[in-house]
Write a protein that binds this ligand. Structure first.
Ligand code: LLP
Length: 409
């Protein structure tokens, strides 16, 4: 698609996130179509990009939501996601979060330990409610991805092993306050190979069969998220191949398939636009200093993740440069050894594949305002989050400073 980044940068200033809502719809519909004719629900993983308008866009297409905090649950509801399409996961839910989720009457809470289950039972009892639950099973499968985003091995903190899961389901079935209706796994993110997912699905489907035999009525089979995307030249899992693998693993089970894609719906529909501040050369090492930084897009610094960076300006003579931000950390870079033409103050760089885990992982480190976010849809543009200003950043502290100075007077 042809986006006039220069025009957008002039209008909204930089650094700036830009999303193509039409491309997000295409990604969603491709997956939806692959599931055609099967009982299924796509629960968009809000953590990938939690902008309200973006969630609303996916909700309008029929998406549900996968949430990891009560804040995300509330975002999903506010954006118009149907409550019976919302699930709430996460290894460490607080009592208040459980209470609120139960009162909000969402589809289910996904549990990650026995201790958490007992806690939820207590919370539900207090409210006089029966909590619909699923249990996250850790099938001990290596998803062959970056260790920081690999979650399906016993060495990871997520989920419970098969035997514990079985015990938990038996306990839950007997409880007056728990209603075990689902089973869940998620083995990792940015997966490029379907095999680990298939293996995990087979293991978990076996457990679901055993549970059904024990008259535990598993109605939802949740395969998590994790479909990889192309950042560079990766070849990833095709939606049809994905659905076929899940179908094969669950063919003898009468269940609704849930899946929780985040990255694959939004990553390549987003760009991070930043302006060049300066060029500098430290004894032969070339740096391009830009106005975007690790606080805006953390993935390169945190995971050494690759994002393609392009200069809008064409230049014949290109050489390698590190693209770095103004944050006072050596780890503050957006790209290393990027082939770029000679650049001047004000030139624009576009960082690709920034729609997932970009803005949602941004922070105010170094008292930097978080970027604005703009969406494009049907050839129209709309601001979906305005740029923060200094007053926003100090809003929760200012009154205490004022009180302090009053005391001192
Ligand atoms: N479901 C569960 C239980 C998850 O933990 C995750 C991601 C997803 C779904 C969505 O996975 P996806 O389809 O996006 O791969 N910040 C990292 C990614 C962390 C993923 C955490 N969990 C990154 O920037 O690569």
């Amino acid at each position: 698609m042809n986006i006039d980044f220069e025009k957008l940068a002039q209008k909204y200033n930089t650094p700036l996130y830009v999303y193509d809502f039409d491309s997000i719809a295409q990604n969603y519909n491709a997956l939806k179509d692959a599931f055609a004719g099967k009982k299924s629900l796509i629960n968009y993983a809000i953590k990938a990009n939690s902008n309200l308008s973006l969630i609303a866009h996916l909700a309008s297409l029929g998406a549900g939501a996968d949430c990891v905090s009560i804040g995300e649950v509330k975002r999903a509801l506010l954006a118009g996601v149907n409550r019976y399409k919302i699930i709430f996961s996460g290894v460490g839910k607080r009592d208040e979060e459980m209470q609120e989720a139960l009162k909000l009457d969402i589809l289910l809470l996904n549990l990650e330990s026995e201790a958490e289950m007992v806690r939820l039972e207590g919370v539900a009892k207090e409210l006089g409610m029966k909590a619909r639950i699923s249990i996250r099973v850790n099938p001990n499968i290596n998803p062959k991805t970056h260790p920081y985003i690999s979650t399906g091995l016993h060495e990871n903190k997520f989920g419970v092993d098969i035997e514990s899961a079985k015990r938990m389901y038996i306990y839950a079935k007997r409880s007056e306050y728990l209603d075990p209706i689902g089973i869940h796994f998620h083995i990792g993110s940015q997966m490029l190979d379907i095999e680990p997912l298939k293996e995990a699905a087979i293991i978990v489907a076996d457990l679901a069969k055993t549970l059904k035999a024990l008259e535990i009525d598993i109605r939802f089979f949740d395969v998590g998220g994790g479909i990889g995307v192309r950042y560079d030249d990766e070849i990833t899992i095709d939606p049809k191949e994905y659905v076929a693998a899940i179908e094969e693993a669950t063919k003898k089970l009468d269940v609704t398939i849930l899946c929780e894609p985040g990255r694959s719906l939004v990553a390549n529909s987003g760009w991070f636009v930043t302006r060049v501040l300066y060029e500098k050369n430290n004894e032969g090492k070339r740096f391009v200093v830009v106005d975007g930084a690790m606080n805006d897009l953390l993935r390169p610094s945190l995971y050494g993740a690759y994002h393609k960076i392009e200069a809008l300006k064409d230049g014949t003579k290109k050489s390698k440069a590190d693209v770095v931000g103004p944050v006072c950390e050596s780890g503050d870079f957006l790209g290393k050894d990027v082939l770029l033409p000679q650049l001047e103050h004000g030139d624009l760089l576009v960082v690709h594949s920034a729609g997932a885990y970009g803005f949602s992982m941004a922070s105010n480190y170094n008292t930097r305002n978080r970027s604005a976010e703009v969406a494009l849809q049907n050839e129209e543009e709309m601001l979906i989050r305005k740029r923060e200003c200094f007053e926003d950043l100090i809003a929760l502290e200012k009154e205490y400073l004022d009180a302090l100075s009053l005391k001192e007077e």
